[in-house]
Design a protein around this ligand. Structure first.
Ligand SMILES: Nc1ncnc2c1ncn2[C@@H]1O[C@H](COP(=O)(O)OP(=O)(O)OP(=O)(O)O)[C@@H](O)[C@H]1O
Length: 238
């Protein structure tokens, strides 16, 4: 079963200058899809197109799961002024009408596993960047989305928080959450993703599981980094 279907003909910031062209892919229930590409390749623009944040977008984005519920964890955390950490969680729970008991249990478990229980009554403005990132992850996991979109989760989180993030992501995937994750940390991506979307210059240069990426790049034994280097070089004529 698919939870997200993306068919972008073109998308960008100005009609005269499309950034993304002919990008078609889907995310299956419980699958982890890595969105990989060099700086400026169009990863964030793709995510913005999916979230409906681009003025110029031709094509179709379909959330095809049962609840259509999705969560987005940006690389730069966004917090609401005047609300404590706990109030952020209460607000999300209210917006998504989470049942009382599940909400309370999950909140406690998440705050404990991300080690933020001690600051639950504080304002996130006083948090470090990593603490704010953890808060965004807690918010996303709290609502149990069908589609989780995460922008670069591995930079800024400490090793323990990364482990916790991976554990919670695994747990939600088992429930059927499909994840689209953009990252530059290729060795981790290679280890955990089911499939990869390699983009460069706003177009897909390769898509598939590791075996298919290796085949496409002609590197039978290559790592994701090797294949990525070969395919990016190929696209730009290097
Ligand atoms: N707000 C904007 N207005 C106009 N052009 C933009 C805007 N944001 C990004 N771009 C352009 O879109 C292209 C793709 O950028 P995008 O941010 O999607 O890349 P990315 O793959 O996410 O890169 P990175 O790995 O550096 O985060 C770049 O050429 C960039 O200059």
């Amino acid at each position: 079963m698919k939870v997200l279907e993306v068919e972008i003909e073109s998308a960008g910031y100005e009609a005269a200058r499309p950034i993304i062209k002919d990008l078609t892919f889907s995310v299956g229930a419980g699958k982890l899809v890595g969105l990989i590409g060099p700086n400026g390749a169009g990863k964030s623009t793709t995510v913005k197109a999916i979230l409906g944040l681009l003025k110029e977008c031709r094509g179709e984005i379909r959330f095809t799961g049962e609840t259509k519920r999705y969560a987005y964890v940006p690389e730069q955390p966004v917090t609401l002024e005047g609300l404590t950490l706990e109030e952020h969680l209460e607000l999300a729970a209210a917006v998504f009408q989470l049942p009382q008991l599940a909400r309370r249990e999950r909140t406690e478990e998440l705050l404990n596993s991300f080690s933020l229980q001690g600051v639950r009554h504080q304002y996130p403005e006083s948090f470090s960047k990593g603490m704010r990132q953890k808060m965004m992850l807690i918010l996303a996991f709290l609502i149990e989305p069908e589609v989780l979109i995460v922008d670069e989760p591995f930079i800024g989180l400490d090793p323990r928080a990364i482990q916790t993030f991976l554990r919670w992501m695994e747990r939600q995937r088992k429930r059927g959450t499909g994840v689209l994750m953009s990252t530059h940390v290729l060795d981790t991506a290679e280890r955990i993703c089911d499939t990869f979307l390699l983009i460069d210059g706003g177009r897909l240069t390769a898509a598939g599981n590791m075996e298919e990426i290796r085949e496409r790049s002609g590197l039978a034994e290559g790592t994701l980094l090797d294949c990525f280097g070969r395919l990016s070089g190929e696209e730009s004529g290097r």
